[in-house]
Write a protein that binds this ligand. Sequence first.
Ligand code: C2E
Ligand code: CA
Ligand code: CA
Length: 228
Amino acid sequence: LEDNEFCVYYQPMFVTMTGQLKSAEALIRWIKPDGTFISPAQFIPTAERSDLIMDIDWYVTESVCKTLEKQNTMPQFPISVNFSRRHIREKNFTENLVSIVDKYELPHPLLEVEITESAMVGEEDKLYDWIVSIRNAGFSVAIDDFGSGLSSLQFVKDIPADVLKIDKSLLSHNCEDEKERIVLESIFNFAHRLNMKTVAEGVETKEQLAFLRSCECYKIQGYLFARP
Ligand code: C2E
Ligand code: CA
Ligand code: CA
């Protein structure tokens, strides 16, 4: 962080039905001065073992705001930022978020907070208030990696999030397995009936896209359309 070796990439998200560009997700990369590229999968888990992850996530948030500010003459797209579970217990999380975003005079709906489903396990008591406070400040909240972990539908139904991001592990290459389709159709139906917007991540094939259209999935993100 001190040597400025982190940089933020953006992966666009598109409306499933029309292909229209709608928003993007900020994904951190560590690129050393000699060009060595270190993927977040390699360093985020280590950073998450300490409070270092907090500094990293706030750094990404600030970078995103700088990028949005520079684009203020163009249409600005909402950007999603990944926050580690440690932030659920961070004092003044929402106040910090507000103060960064306000410093750049950006409308709050331009920022979306992504929190992974696995973060919810063990944090049930705190999570509800954390999400409500973020949303009350005008930001949007997405549950990331839905379907990858252990959270129960019972719990998700009570979570006041705006968006459910369906984990890429639930999508096979061509989505032709009957049982897989039933599971996914049920998840989309469940989310839509709870008034949550849906995003499918890791979309790589035309077959997946066609199936996601039949499920009325709202947005898609994946190599089929664009890499980060
Ligand atoms: P994630 O939040 O689930 O992000 C999506 C990951 O899927 C990204 O990996 C993205 O590059 C990858 N991806 C996108 N489209 C496709 C596709 O079509 N197929 C496949 N196989 N993969 C696709 P990435 O960038 O390596 O990030 C890995 C994870 O690291 C992220 O997973 C997120 O959990 C974490 N991460 C990244 N940036 C941050 C950050 O700023 N803060 C925190 N706390 N975590 C971060
Ligand atoms: Ca994410
Ligand atoms: Ca994800």
